[in-house]
Design a protein around this ligand. Structure first.
Ligand code: DP6
Length: 328
């Protein structure tokens, strides 16, 4: 009897220090600029893909609940690509479990498509390298390509599908850098990242942000290699502000911040002036990621928990890459 076309994989989300915002090609998710991130080991998505013999619409089950609509369609579109590569037509059942709140700027799609890429490729016995899996994950969600390699990861922008991929610049053990996430809202964001990427080029600031991004990536890479928190703090904050400036000046404008977002940003700046090593970054949402060396993470989490408007705090150190779960 033929082996079951089934595999399970896991992946972590990632937080970008230098952001991906805007594509040169929306369909292939070829980004306008390179980016750099760290995987978040404490948060995880585990996905099982089972391909059946018969053809039919794919089934998506997320945390035990069957999902229809655009989220399912996006998964099916992605799996159509994988099926095409494998020369297989059967329907897929995708069961995914995650502890990441969706749609609040915590890169849930990054972990989702990184795990899905690894599981789907394994289920159809496609023997892909880390680089090829990263390229594949990118087609599902741009930032997902950075959740495939382990630790601290750079995404080479590239100009074609074959040269737009992510690779690890340092393993998770390289630096005990923590992300303490201040959750100020758990509401699903109104405008998706995909729509935001399409709007980026309508901002007069976009072109300037893009031409200066490579230099920020180089400085950030160096700061990580040297474990230089002060340099990382300066460059990550600058880059996040740049991205939000582009969002706010797009047409129509995109505002992701809430009043509590500003309260947290100001508190972080004040604490740094007082000598606590902290820096902020934000994705496409109102929640604030506060970066700090591991030894102060507990103190930072306690302080953030006391800031008015902060509902809860999540903490994570660096994490590994996406991988198939053995025996699955
Ligand atoms: C703000 O990767 O979620 O988090 O490719 O449309 O799925 P899609 O977009 P996505 O965009 C992430 C944007 C960001 C910045 C970043 O992670 O680099």
């Amino acid at each position: 009897m033929e082996a079951a076309r089934r595999a399970t994989a896991q992946a972590h989300p990632n937080i970008a220090f230098i952001k991906y915002w805007g594509n040169r090609d929306d369909r292939l998710r070829l980004p306008a600029n390179p980016s750099l991130s760290m995987n978040l080991g404490a948060l995880r998505t585990v996905t099982t893909v089972t391909f059946l013999e018969e053809e039919g619409p794919d089934v998506l089950i997320l945390n035990g609940i069957r999902v229809e609509g655009p989220a399912r369609d996006r998964v099916e579109g992605f799996l159509n690509y994988v099926r095409g590569e494998a020369g297989f037509r059967g329907q897929a059942v995708v069961e995914s479990n995650t502890d990441i709140p969706a749609g609040v700027g915590l890169a849930s799609s990054a972990a989702a498509f990184a795990a899905l890429a690894v599981a789907a490729a394994a289920a159809l016995s496609l023997d892909l390298s880390e680089r090829e899996l990263s390229m594949l994950a990118r087609l599902g969600s741009g930032s997902a390509c950075r959740s495939v390699p382990p630790g601290f990861v750079e995404w080479v922008a590239g100009e074609r599908h074959e040269d737009s991929y992510a690779y690890s610049i340092a393993p998770p053990e390289h630096w005990a850098l923590w992300d303490v996430i201040a959750i100020v809202s758990e509401q699903h964001k109104v405008v998706s990242s995909s729509e935001g990427h399409r709007r980026a080029a309508t901002s007069p600031l976009h072109a300037l942000r893009v031409v200066t991004a490579s230099e920020r990536v180089a400085r950030c890479r160096e700061a990580i290699q040297r474990r230089d928190f002060e340099s990382l703090a300066e460059i990550a904050e600058t880059d996040a502000i740049w991205m939000h400036a582009v969002m706010m000046t797009s047409r129509p404008p995109l505002f992701y911040w809430e009043p509590a977002t500003i309260t947290v940003l100001q508190a972080v700046r004040r604490w740094r002036e007082e000598g606590l090593p902290v820096a902020f970054t934000l994705d496409a949402g109102p929640n604030v990621h506060v970066l700090c060396p591991g030894e102060v993470a507990h103190e930072v989490a306690q302080r953030l928990g006391r800031v008015p408007g902060v509902r809860r705090v999540l903490t994570s150190g660096p994490g590994g890459g996406a991988s198939r779960i053995p025996g699955s």
